[in-house]
Structure formats: structure tokens, C-alpha cells
Design a binder for this molecule. Structure first.
Ligand SMILES: O=C(O)CCC(=O)c1ccccc1C(=O)O
Ligand SMILES: [Mg+2]
Length: 346
């Protein structure tokens, strides 16, 4: 498409070309770490993360390994935005955080929750491939039993259910009182149909969209189709704090800011976004540094007393050395930055 045929307002998630620094500057000082996870998450046991340094600080570039340059380039835009631009001014100085419970066996739930100091909301992964609904029910029951009747519990199916499966699953899981179900079905149409089906059978569970925003070419379709009650917004896949803020404002839904399984560098950007939102009715999914065995900052950005203070912790050179990835992986990430940079400037 030629420049003149573009709409007056550029699509929200596409960074403008003039914002992209030259490749040499982006690669200058690039560091790559591989941090072990306490619990397998998204099928991985280690998290590989590239970190860029620019005039305003460090930025995190950590798209999952299987993402192609087209999708991963938005994550690069986000890292660049953190390292080359200021973040918008905060309106609050702390952000309430949810515990994140991976698809573990019910008898491991208490131990997972013990890492989250003071969190009164938990997000529980469900619909994991190879597991049964009964395992989900047992896990959610264990979270309710551990946290008590006043806690808030949400589930995240990562699009793993059909509309019918979601209807069945949520009519059982709602016995444990859910604040919402995140991405129960994979498509925007599926979410919309599910909302209608749940209303018909009087299952009182809100629907939140995650992948339908962060992986969508047009995140606004969700709101247009009235396919969700809540929008999960992540900084990295949406191209940075300011781009994500624009999506949050335009979609017109209550927002939950969540992480992409980032180190404290990426979490700080999520906290910065959450801190700028005028309304923040739900706890945010930014407590995931607790799933890591290590980190890259002196002070880890983890919840204390259920909240994270709004701050940007300093990167620790010793930690970068300690978790440094092997040379072939560093080379792989350099090539990846190069390919994504090509997308951003094209
Ligand atoms: O929202 C949270 O509690 C933590 C973040 C999280 O679950 C997540 C982390 C990495 C990749 C995908 C997801 C997800 O929300 O689906
Ligand atoms: Mg999710």
C-alpha cells in the first residue's frame, strides 16, 4: 500500500517508521539471557530474552521462539519504544497484582500461591492440551480452598475450548465463583457466541479477551462485535506502552494489564502502562517474575503485599552475565532483531 492510500490515522499497533533507530544502534549493547522457570509455562522450561539499551533505558525483546518476524516485530517496536522514548506520566503509584497459577496438579497449587505475597486475585490456567476438565476443576477448587471465599479467581483457557466446551466447562467452574474467563475460545466470533450462550443458560461469568487483542490485526473488532466484557492488554505484542495505551483507550472496555512472561525490564513497562490508565478495576497479571528462577535487575519487580510499586528497577550487569545465553543463541537473537527491524522499516 502506498503512503497516500493509508488512512489518516495509522493502525494502532503499527509503529511509524520515523520512530525506528538504525539497526546498529539497536544491536549496540544487545544482551541475551536464558532464565530457568520454576514451573513449565507455555511448554517451556527456560525463557530466552533479549535486552536492548537506548537513551531512555533498557527495553525487553522476548517474543516466543516460534513467532515469525511479522508478529515478533511488534515486540521489537515495544523494546525500542522503552529504550528510546519516555513513558507517559503515571496517575497512581502502585498496581494490584494477581497470582498466576500454571496448569499444575491441584496438590501443587498451595506451593505456587505461596510465592505471591498478599495477592487476593489468582489467574488459573485451564484447558491445557492433554489435560481433562476434571483436572481444571480440581485446580480451581484447590485455589478457592487455599485463598478462601473473598479471593477473586479468573481462569485463562488460551483459546483452548470450542464454544460448546467452554459452555460446559464454565457452567462447572462457575461454582467456584469466577471474576472472568480469559480467552475461553480462540476466535472473536467464538467469544461473541459464547457470551450469548452463557447469557441464555444464566451462567454468570464475564468474558475477557487476550489473544483476540494481542494477536489481532485489528484489535478493535472485538469491541465492535461485543465479543468481550474485559480486555487484557499487553505492552510487548501491542508495540509498546503508548501503542498499548491507545488500544486500551479506543476499545472502550475495562482493562487488565498483563505480562508476556517478561523479566523485570518488561514488567516495568507493563506497570508503567497500568499506572497511566485512569480506571484499573481488576488486579493485573504482572506478577510473573515469581515464575522465574532468576532476573536481570537488582531488585525484582514482584508483588509485595499484593501490589507492585510503580518504578523502573536498574538492570544488573552481574545478572546479565550470570544468565547470559550461549553464543549460538545470541547469534540467533541478533538475526531475529535484524529480521524484525527489516519489518519495522519496510
Ligand atoms: O496474566 C497473567 O496472570 C500472567 C501472564 C500470562 O498468563 C501469560 C504469559 C505469557 C503468555 C501468555 C499469557 C496469557 O495470559 O495467556
Ligand atoms: Mg491469556
Amino acid at each position: 500500500m502506498s503512503r497516500s492510500s493509508l488512512p489518516a490515522e495509522p493502525p494502532v499497533a503499527t509503529p511509524r517508521r520515523r520512530d525506528v533507530p538504525p539497526l546498529v544502534d539497536v544491536l549496540d549493547g544487545l544482551r541475551v539471557v536464558s532464565i530457568p522457570l520454576h514451573t513449565k509455562f507455555r511448554g517451556v522450561t527456560h525463557r530466552e530474552i533479549a535486552l536492548l539499551q537506548g537513551p531512555t533505558g533498557w527495553g525487553e525483546f522476548s517474543p516466543f521462539l516460534e513467532y515469525e518476524p511479522h508478529e515478533a516485530s511488534r515486540w521489537l517496536a515495544s523494546a525500542i519504544a522503552s529504550a528510546w522514548e519516555d513513558w507517559p506520566a503515571p496517575v497512581r503509584d502502585q498496581v494490584a497484582i494477581n497470582a498466576t497459577v500454571p496448569a499444575v496438579a491441584a496438590d501443587r497449587v498451595a506451593s505456587v500461591l505461596s510465592h505471591y505475597d498478599g495477592c487476593r486475585t489468582a489467574k488459573v490456567k485451564v484447558a491445557e492440551a492433554g489435560q481433562t476438565l476434571q483436572q481444571d476443576v480440581d485446580r480451581v477448587a484447590a485455589v478457592r480452598a487455599t485463598m478462601g471465599p473473598d479471593a477473586r479467581i479468573r481462569v485463562d483457557a488460551n483459546g483452548g475450548w470450542t464454544v460448546d466446551e467452554a459452555r460446559t466447562a464454565l457452567s462447572r467452574l462457575c461454582a467456584y465463583d469466577l471474576e472472568y474467563a480469559e480467552q475461553p475460545c480462540a476466535t472473536v466470533e467464538g467469544l461473541r457466541d459464547l457470551r450469548i450462550a452463557l447469557a441464555r443458560q444464566h451462567t454468570d461469568v464475564l468474558v475477557a479477551a487476550d489473544e483476540s487483542i494481542r494477536k489481532a490485526e485489528d484489535p478493535m473488532r472485538l469491541a465492535l462485535l461485543e465479543a468481550a466484557d474485559v480486555a487484557v492488554v499487553k505492552v510487548a505484542p501491542l508495540g509498546g506502552v503508548r501503542a498499548a495505551l491507545e488500544v486500551a483507550q479506543r476499545c472502550g472496555l475495562p482493562i487488565v494489564v498483563s505480562s508476556a512472561l517478561d523479566s523485570s525490564v518488561g514488567i516495568a513497562a507493563g506497570v508503567a502502562l497500568a499506572a497511566t490508565l485512569p480506571q484499573l478495576p481488576f488486579a493485573c497479571g504482572l506478577g510473573t517474575v515469581n515464575l522465574f528462577e532468576g532476573d536481570v535487575t537488582v531488585e525484582r519487580l514482584v508483588p509485595q503485599d499484593g501490589v507492585i510499586e510503580v518504578r523502573r528497577p536498574a538492570v544488573d550487569e552481574a545478572a546479565l552475565d550470570r544468565w547470559q545465553a550461549l553464543p549460538d543463541r545470541v547469534e540467533w537473537w541478533i538475526q531475529r532483531v535484524h529480521a524484525c527491524h527489516d519489518v519495522l522499516i519496510s
